[in-house]
Design a binder for this molecule. Structure first.
Ligand code: SF4
Ligand code: SF4
Length: 695
């Protein structure tokens, strides 16, 4: 894996192209959602409920099969990919076909149809441009929607020139003309056409095939035999469900209002000759889907509409591409899908996931992909063991406690080159990564003797997490001071850290145990009217989004709904605060939104806080992670620091170009990444403000 990651990073042209395509995909999608005036949360709920019903109700596939037969079609239920391939082979042999033409090939990739046919002397000819290019190159698709997203037009032209034996220029029009001229006779000569299907509709036994190139219509209509291969989770009961999915596919996959060709196929119509002579087959594929349906941890993966939006936001996919970050199904959703359909051994690319959570945020079906990935990692580390660096970072709390007790010594040690080399060799902590120094006195020890204030407005339990407790107690003190000035009584509860590394590194048992400990402390406080507030976005993300999955019952949900980011919480009373800037306000503050804050408040309250203190604030972003992803970017090697900095490079460049005078972010680890990438001081918004009447 490390070698493949290294190779990916060392191909800047390919990475640049992939990154641009992802940005375009996100921008088009966002623009269409806005233009269409789509109520995204409502639409998400609707698509999710359609897919949940489709994926969980086995009677729908039966009803669909019955309706296809009534229409004169033939249906085969394939329990495995091998059975599906055998059925296709039998159809080809029965029709004397030496080759077949294909469109919408993703599901056939899953069952490795081309290889199965080739072993028996039958050629499969891809006709979707992206798939065709992958076939010519002898490569797997690297994206669910744009299989050849990783290829430059120069490379495509060179490849086709060699394959077709004629010069082809790298302009899209030349490439398309050459491909079209090659494909036309093959459509006409083919006896069998094979397509996937986006949707099956049980009430009429119809399939829906959505394409943007038009070739799908030739594959389904010209050959005498059409075989549609459809996963059983794609079959819905009614047309109104199908209509919503068609809309969802277009908007989320390509940012179109509607896919260019939406073909609704119910029966084969005569094209001259005897209509009975034209065959329509549907292969309904299980291949692990029933197993997935029975597993509560992975069932959600069946709700995927294959839009690819999760890939367009995934930071490490953006650098490594789908050949490294994928097996047959690439990208974030490819991880659980691969683990369940192709087996855990093929899903080791799960460790490229840095738990940023962005794929969940963008998914139009609200699939909790990061949670399923954590489950895959959990199973994988059980089998293959845990790397030393990951074990070290999961012990961060214990390390921080000891380091704080001997802070001058520990800080001196962490600054010395030989010590860092030793740490890298023994613990796998990259020597180049700046680590935050430890404070001589923890936040708790500094507030121990403070006089408690009366809570005029309410009560707050301040959750410091590691950074404000052990590294930067001044930050915690400032936050507490502001809360008290706003009229809150503040205490620091006897909690431990929030424990994100346990989730990131697949130790969900330990994560659950830690969450239970913290909830036992926080639950009673919430009952007494306390709200939980933290300056660390990841801590709030854990409390609000992750603990309810780690610990069953209402307690975690109750605590989660009373947990807030610091700036989000103080917004209500901020008008009364005498905020003053602590730096020159003539310049612009470039603001970085941490990933876990995107799921909470998108950094907006922190930016408004700075604006109230007279700063001009500008978001500087790539739309994805800065790359450090908690402790991922502290690990040494290509599966840590190198990949982390390669992800971050786009953001660093944007900051360099932004001309911003100051750089701010709320997250302690994003601070390290930006500091290392930009070589300048990164500030917390609280560093930029002072309260009038204080020093
Ligand atoms: S998991 Fe969600 S975002 Fe990813 S391809 Fe499936 S539906 Fe689209
Ligand atoms: S959580 Fe982040 S890194 Fe992991 S798969 Fe999703 S987008 Fe990629």
């Amino acid at each position: 894996m490390a070698t493949e990651v290294r190779r990916s990073i060392e191909e800047p042209e390919r990475v640049g192209k992939l990154w641009e395509a992802m940005e375009r995909g996100r921008a088009n999608r966002a623009a269409t959602i806005e233009k269409a005036g789509l109520d995204l949360p409502a639409f998400r709920d609707r698509v999710r409920s359609i897919k949940e019903t489709a994926a969980q109700d086995p009677t729908i596939a039966e009803a669909f099969a019955e309706a296809v037969r009534t229409n004169g079609g033939r249906v085969f239920f394939a329990a495995t990919g091998r059975e599906a391939v055998q059925y296709l082979l039998d159809v080809c042999r029965a029709n004397g076909a030496e080759f077949l033409v294909k469109s919408k090939s993703l599901t056939s990739e899953e069952i490795e149809l081309n290889q199965g046919l080739a072993a028996e002397g039958i050629r499969a000819i891809e006709t979707d441009l992206g798939e065709l290019l992958c076939q010519v190159a002898g490569e797997k698709p690297s994206h669910l929607v744009f299989p050849a997203i990783h290829m430059t037009s120069d490379r495509i032209a060179r490849m086709l020139t060699e394959a077709y034996g004629e010069p082809i220029a790298p302009e899209p029009s030349s490439i398309l003309s050459a491909v079209r001229a090659r494909l036309r006779p093959q459509f006409l000569d083919a006896k069998v056409g094979v397509t996937g299907a986006n949707i099956g509709v049980a009430e009429t036994g119809s399939i829906v095939v959505e394409t943007n190139e038009g070739n799908g219509r030739l594959v389904t209509s010209v050959p005498r035999v059409h075989v549609a291969l459809i996963g059983l989770e794609k079959i819905v009961r009614r047309w109104e469900d199908a209509a919503d999915l068609v809309r969802g596919h277009a908007i989320s996959a390509t940012g179109q209002r509607m896919t260019v060709y939406v073909s609704l196929l119910s029966r084969r119509l005569p094209v001259g000759g005897d209509p009975a002579d034209r065959e329509f087959h549907v292969v309904i594929l299980d291949n692990g889907r029933t197993r997935m349906r029975a597993d509560p941890s992975f069932r959600d993966a069946l709700n995927c509409i294959r839009c690819g939006a999760c890939m367009n936001v995934c930071p490490t996919y953006g650098v490594t591409g789908g050949h490294v970050f994928g097996h047959i199904y690439p990208g974030p959703i490819g991880i659980p899908w691969t683990a369940k359909v192709h087996g855990l051994e093929e899903a080791s690319f799960a460790h490229l996931c840095v738990s940023c959570g962005l794929c969940h945020e963008i998914c139009p079906v609200d699939i909790d992909i990061p949670w399923m990935i954590a489950k895959v990692k959990e199973q994988d580390v059980e089998v293959h063991g845990q790397p030393t660096a990951e074990r070290f970072f999961m012990a961060s709390e214990a390390f921080a406690k000891v380091a704080c007790l001997a802070a001058p010594l520990a800080n001196g040690f962490l600054r010395t080159g030989p010590a860092r080399i030793l740490m890298e060799r023994i613990l796998g902590v990259d020597r180049r990564r700046t680590l935050p120094p430890f404070a001589r006195r923890t936040l708790r020890s500094r507030v121990r003797n403070r006089r408690a204030t009366e809570g005029r407005v309410g009560k707050v339990a301040f959750f410091p997490d590691l950074y404000a407790e052990y590294n930067n107690p001044d930050l915690g003190l400032k936050a507490i001071e502001i809360l008290e000035r706003l009229g809150y009584a503040v205490l620091i509860p006897n909690v431990r850290w929030s424990g994100m590394p346990y989730v990131s590194y697949g130790q969900l048992g330990k994560a659950s145990a830690l969450a239970a400990v913290n909830l036992r402390v926080l639950g009673p406080l919430v009952d007494q009217g306390y709200d939980i507030v933290s300056t660390e976005p990841t801590a709030v993300y854990m409390l609000r989004k992750v603990y309810p999955k780690l610990v069953e019952g209402d307690l975690a949900t109750t605590v989660g709904t009373h947990s807030y980011g610091f700036f989000e919480f103080i917004e209500r009373g901020i008008a009364g605060l005498p905020l003053r800037p602590s730096r020159d306000v003539a310049g612009v503050v470039g603001f970085h939104i941490p990933c876990h804050d995107r799921a909470l408040s998108s950094g907006a309250p922190a930016m408004r806080f700075l604006e109230r203190a007279s700063y001009r604030v500008r978001v500087v972003e790539t739309g994805t992670c800065c790359g450090i992803a908690g402790t991922f970017g502290m690990k040494s090697g290509w599966l840590g620091y190198e990949l982390s900095m390669a992800v971050g490079e786009k953001l660093f460049e944007q900051f360099r170009q932004s001309g911003c005078d100051l750089v701010a972010t709320e997250s302690s680890v994003c601070t390290l990444q930006l500091g290392d990438g930009l070589g300048r001081t990164i500030l917390h918004p609280l560093d930029l403000v002072r309260l009038e009447g204080t020093g």
